[in-house]
Every structure is written in C-alpha cells, then in structure tokens.
Design a protein around this ligand. Structure first.
Ligand SMILES: C[C@@H](N)C(=O)N[C@H](C)C(=O)O
Ligand SMILES: [Zn+2]
Length: 216
C-alpha cells in the first residue's frame, strides 16, 4: 500500500474530543469569526486534532481544571500548513481590513507577523500546539482573561499588568496548569501553548482538519 507523504501522515494524531471528554470547542478558523473573516483553508470540520502526546498532556490539564469547576475551551489545535499560507496571503492583501476593528485595531497587518502574533511557519502545524481558554462550569461562561482570543496587541501579552487582578489571575490559572502538564507558553498570547516534548519538532503537516481524515 502507498504510504502518505510525511506531511500528510496523521497516524499519530487523535480527535481531541475523543481523548478529553467534555472538552468544549469553538474552532474559529472553521468559522468566519476570526481575524481574516473567512473560513480558513484546510479546516474541513469544526474539530480539534492533536498528536496523541499533546492530547494526553491536555487531558491532565482538563482533570486539574475539572477539580476546580472549570473546563477547557479550545479555539485551535493542529493547523495545516495550507491554513498558515492562507494567513500569509491575507497578510499581503492591503485592502482587506474587514476584521481589523475586532482583532487588531491598533496594528498594521504587517505588524501582526513582525511582532510574532501570527507565524509564517506555525508551531500549530507540528500538531502539539493549542489555543485555549477556561470556562466556568457553574455559569457556562468563559473566564475573563482581559482580552479576547486572537486580539492582537499588548493587552494579550500574558505578562501585561494593565488588566484587573482577577483577569491576571485567570490567565495564571490557565498558564500554570498548562506548564505543570508539560506545555510552554509564548510571550505575546495568553491562549497559546506548545508541548515542550513534542513528538514532531521538525515536521510541518498539511493534512486537513477533519475527523474523517483520521478514520473517524
Ligand atoms: C494566530 C494565533 N492564534 C496564533 O496561533 N499565533 C501563533 C504565533 C502562530 O501563528 O503560531
Ligand atoms: Zn496559537
């Protein structure tokens, strides 16, 4: 049988919802409510896929959070290389500023890449990176993190102190649990984490975001 090329080989990936029961998903790049304003290339289904290792680590985070009455809510996980290409092409389209008021009101599109908010080759494509927040099971609402997911600006830096103590503490609850379970944060986005011991540190995958592709 013909083997898939390395970047199309999803054999060590899982459907996150199968692995972490109760996880909430709002896959923004499958919808039009994202900084581009369109569904992003490669997002065939509104589901989160991750490597088995990353999903296992995230299960540990979910268990810790459940004990505090919180659930994980995932916005993005594995991101195909073709989706990153879509972002890059959008980035050079000067006239398309439809979503600027909502996601990058104070920045130029080129800044989004130069300042590290959007990668031209993303860790997400290696399959062990996730964008997420926390949801309070009692209220059904997201914890207030001081800025919305994919709001590009200083206010989204995890170390930013111009937010309330409660907002800052909420970021730290998420960040500390992720770090305890083996994930590394980045400096400019409170929601973005990569498994430190990721199984594919050099491979950028390009199969679609689709449970069906994984045989489900
Ligand atoms: C675009 C945003 N959600 C994100 O994931 N940014 C990082 C830097 C990335 O593109 O890898
Ligand atoms: Zn991310």
């Amino acid at each position: 049988m013909k083997q898939p090329s390395p970047t199309m080989d999803a054999s060590r990936f899982v459907v996150l919802a199968d692995f972490v029961p109760g996880i909430i998903q709002e896959i923004r790049y499958h919808s039009t409510y994202n900084f581009v304003g369109d569904r992003i290339d490669g997002y065939e289904e509104p589901c989160a896929l991750l490597t088995r290792d990353a999903a296992r680590a995230l299960k540990g985070v979910a268990a810790e959070m459940a004990a505090r009455g919180l659930r994980l809510k995932v916005f993005d996980a594995y991101r195909p290389a073709r989706a990153v290409k879509h972002f890059v092409l959008w980035g050079i389209e000067d006239l398309d500023l439809r979503m600027k008021p909502f996601f990058y009101p104070d920045l130029e599109k080129t800044d989004l890449f130069n300042l590290g908010y959007i990668a031209k080759q993303s860790a997400h494509s290696r399959g062990s990176t996730v964008d997420l927040t926390l949801l309070d099971m009692a209220t059904g609402k997201e914890l207030d993190m001081g800025s919305r997911f994919d709001f590009f600006g200083e206010i989204s830096h995890p170390s930013y102190h111009g937010i309330t103590d409660e907002q800052f503490d909420n970021r730290m609850v998420l960040r500390n649990a992720m770090v305890r379970n083996g994930f590394a944060p980045i400096d400019c986005e409170w929601w973005h984490f990569t498994l430190e011991d990721e199984p594919y540190p050099e491979t950028y995958f390009d199969f679609p975001v689709s449970a069906r592709y994984l045989g489900r």
